[in-house]
Design a protein around this ligand. Structure first.
Ligand SMILES: [Zn+2]
Length: 376
């Protein structure tokens, strides 16, 4: 589920992982705290205390980011949205929620839960700092963590999608207009606007203060946010477009012309059907016209070439009982979700127990490409 990430384990069934880019931030924060912040604020500490406190503070900072994401996840799970994974990376944490919220209120509460956890942690570390001995490592650690958690809550509440504040904005717009696509469009514009302001702040940092390191950081965060805002709107627009079309529109009817018999060899399937027609998937139908299963390119690929001639398609196919079936009115966005969740390349379209045809992943992708080319 988490690509290129170091897996730490599971919390509430959610896979927790660390992307390699996280180690850059960990090193950077530890170094900044140990060699600069703590060193200049507390010159009397024994040597070694700076690095020890720095590493501990960094680790607790990332635990705070994880807690923020667990806040979002807790509400998502409680309101019925599955959460696949939480990954910590260069710019913080991200919780992979399997589906979009279905109601504005659900989106609102999921969005505010993260910053709420950060504010609570900010208060908790603040109290700890106040009760710690003055100028002690504990005071420095808790004080910094208190400030950073408040900052984290504030930054995430900036009203630009897909940040938490942008999600709150979208939930409010969605609730008042009833139009999710329009709400997302406006919230994404706000997200891109904020991203450009952050990049502008980066430029000003260089020009006015000559602070290259912070400037680079601002530019990277701005670029990341701009990209995230633009692409999350595009994804939603695509899904909304697919929602208006039905499986029945894309199905390829199952008849003798596109079907193969069960005793056909894989060798014949490849040369006589797949290569000749360019079609990648065929229904398997017996002499009485009964559908037995589905066979395609991906079935053949898993079988050694030497046995193609001696293997009938009946042995390689996915039997009809195990093929995913939908009705002709199934919206294409739901169809696409089923294909990716179940990991299948085609679904059968059935109506009242009667087989109408099949829709393949290739056909769906081709449909989306053609739409994009036409700009509709
Ligand atoms: Zn958040």
């Amino acid at each position: 589920m988490i690509r290129n990430a170091l897996r730490l384990g599971r919390i509430w069934g959610i896979e927790i992982g660390i992307d390699w880019s996280w180690f850059i931030v960990f090193a950077l924060i530890t170094w900044t705290l140990s060699a600069h912040v703590f060193y200049f604020e507390n010159p009397h500490w024994p040597p070694g205390a700076y690095w020890l406190t720095g590493v501990l503070t960094s680790l607790l900072f990332f635990a705070s980011v994880l807690a923020h994401e667990l806040g979002h996840s807790f509400v998502a799970l409680r309101t019925g949205l599955p959460v696949r994974s939480i990954t910590l990376f260069l710019f913080g944490g991200v919780a992979q929620i399997a589906r979009e919220p279905s109601r504005p209120s659900q989106e609102f509460w999921i969005a505010v839960a993260g910053p709420a956890v950060s504010v609570a942690l900010g208060l908790l570390f603040g109290l700890l700092a106040l009760s710690a001995p003055a100028r002690s490592p504990l005071e420095a650690l808790a004080g910094w963590l208190s400030r950073i958690n408040f900052l984290l809550a504030l930054f995430n509440l900036l009203p630009g999608f897909p940040m938490d504040g942008g999600r709150v904005l979208r939930a409010v717009l969605w609730g008042t207009t009833g139009d999710l696509l329009k709400a997302t469009r406006i919230a994404s514009w706000a997200g891109r606007g904020i991203a450009y302001l952050i990049m502008l702040a980066g430029v000003l940092l260089v020009v006015l203060l000559g602070d290259w390191l912070s400037a680079l950081w601002f530019l990277l965060i701005g670029l990341f946010l701009e990209n995230a805002a633009a692409s999350s709107y595009e994804q939603l627009a695509l899904r909304e477009a697919l929602r208006r079309h039905r499986a029945g529109e894309l199905l390829r009817p199952v008849d003798d012309r596109v079907a193969v018999p069960p005793d056909l060899s894989l060798e014949e399937l490849v040369h006589g059907y797949i290569l000749r027609t360019g079609q990648r998937c065929f229904p398997v139908i017996d002499a009485s016209g009964r559908l037995l299963g589905i066979v395609g390119l991906h079935h053949v690929k898993g079988i050694p070439r030497e046995v193609w001639a001696s293997t009938p398609v009946a042995e390689a196919m996915t039997p009809v009982e195990r093929v995913v079936k939908v009705g002709p009115d199934e919206p294409l966005d739901a169809l696409m979700e089923r294909m990716s969740v179940d990991g299948v390349n085609q679904v059968l379209v059935v109506e009242d127990g009667r087989l109408l045809g099949l829709v393949s992943r290739d056909r769906l992708i081709e449909f989306m490409k053609t739409r994009a080319e036409l700009g509709i």
